[in-house]
Design a protein. Sequence first.
Length: 278
Amino acid sequence: MASVAKHIRQLRAARHLTQEQLAQRLFVTRQTVSAWETGKAQPDLETLERIAAAMGVAVTEVIYGAAAGPNLGRLKRKWAALGGMMVVILAILIIICLKNGAYGTWRYGLAYQFHNANYHLSYEDLPGTWTVELDLTDLDSNAGKVLYADETGCRVAVDSVDAYDGEYRVWFRAHGVYDREGGTLVSGCQSLPVEKTAWTMDATASMTAAVGGASYPCSLAGTSGLLYPDGNLFGFHLNPRDADTWEQISIDGMDTLTVTVSGLSRAATQRAAYWDIY
């Protein structure tokens, strides 16, 4: 039972108890505690249970000692190795996302693909016309009216109708679709590459307004680049003009105005094959 003597002594010292203090807890003399700790006397099982209770441990810890603690050094090395492996895996994933266009597309959308040399660009004029009726009595109610939509998910909708310098303007918002492999944008204006790092805007669309049973052309109000990850803006003045005299046609007193847009175009991006990139 020499080990029991050592365990009692270690448990008492760990709790900063004197032999006298432990003896008081157990209702024995200090000499009895000293005898236990030197191995001159051996406590019976009942006494061992009382000693364990006084120390706040299981009786097995008095008899056999505390269970061996975990090897912290080994655990630290294990977690360090796992951490290093995770860093390597994360770095590889980041490189893959950067290389395959996933991050750039997620962060910047179509603008990334339009300006990245790893994506091929193509343009196509769309035949046909598209009509939408605008409410001039409640300009805000026009937002969201769809001018164009197709099965790919591309659409062109009214972004806003506003009054500017005594005239009305309508702005169309072009919404494209994309993933890391490529995308499509149908709009009334497109970004065109001039050189490797230079771009220009091509306003392909035109618009007419129906007034008094006749259609009159409306002048372009403005275009934008790829302000949004999925598209851009283009707009027209709503106050139409005579095609011959270019005099403004009055729309005073009209509650609604039907406009017709033609000349939309489709821009498409397609990621180059890996063997072409690398």
